[in-house]
Design a protein around this ligand. Sequence first.
Ligand code: AKG
Ligand code: FE2
Length: 417
Amino acid sequence: MVAARGAALDHMVEEGGASTNCEEANNDAGGPDMVHAMLDSLREEAAELWHKGGGPALLEMGQPTAEYAHHLQLFTHRLLAEALQDMLNDQTEGSVEPTAPEKEPPLAADKPDPASAGLAGVLERRDKLSEVRKKDSPEESDELGQAAREHAQHVQRLLVESNLRDGKPQRTLAAASERLEEPLSWEAPEPRAGAAGPPIARPALYGNLYLTEPPLRLRCVADGFATAAECREACGHCIQGMHCMFRRGGQTSLAVSRELLGRRLGEEGCQLVCQLVERTRLRIIQDFGLPQDAPERPALFESGGLLTRLQAEWERDVWEISGEEEHVYWNAHVDKANVASYDYAALLYLSTQGEHHEGGDFAFIDADVDCVVSPRRGRLLAFTAGPENLHQVRRVTRGTRFVLAMWFTLSEKHRGD
Ligand SMILES: O=C(O)CCC(=O)C(=O)O
Ligand SMILES: [Fe+2]
């Protein structure tokens, strides 16, 4: 619909262009020339915003692709439509005639615009964001749950303190420049604090949670899991959906929920992401030796997901949540220490290191060595989410990195939407 509105706008300009043969009309204040100039400048602004939002991630070997042209056009049309809507609103302001109810709310209806919605509202929402309780956090009154959570966090801290060291040997298991012919799969080592340290006891699950344990603690990497076109499409949808979203230190994350994706990415984008999540769920069942999946008795449940964009450069504007230092994206962590029901983590890389960005390696921080997997478009990395897989994303030093991060649980009670 937005594309259609944008196309209508373009058409309007074409029509205006046809009448520019008439000199007088051309010189009229507010005439076609002015409309042209205004639209050109809006288009330029849109192209710049899109570029800054990660547009080059839709290039292939530096060359524009069909998805590049398509998504840039969608984004431009949306901005034009919103600008036009703003102008109409300005014109009708103060009019006694009530304006017709909107048949289609603007795409950005849920996104406060600092200029029009008031800076105070944006700042208030921004402050509230930091108060959101983590998924699955035990209630204050749940003493057993609180103790289990504290223990899981303690184990995480212990591992970080002992295993995150400068000058440690590093092994690259999957480089960005190499396409793996065959999937790689290997067992995660027992978690240890330091190369010579004793094995760490597994953290207790939250007292009231569930008792299932993954049968195999593996790490798996497969290339070509998603096609290049699917990845470029997903990046294009991300740029659109992440426009005017809060970000923290170069990181913008959009939660994978059908409701939110539908609103932010549109139906097509939502369907694409849901297909990729389901494809990943089935792959984990297969690779991690889970029992057979059936509609009436699924072997594994979706539990959460994030579309994440990491940028080397970003504006320090009102959309920035100037987080406390401890919340930087390159912190080493254990996924399960933060959300106890996560049993498996999977990362589908949508862009390629060396081509779309520099830095941004993924590393397993083992006791004696860091094992690196570099992002490559279409590459899936999956692993169990416990302390056997302390990991880290390294800082992105140039460009924009996109990833679809997904988590799955064996506990039906904790399935997502
Ligand atoms: O983006 C990545 O490579 C990893 C992200 C991650 O570890 C997380 O979101 O928990
Ligand atoms: Fe993680």
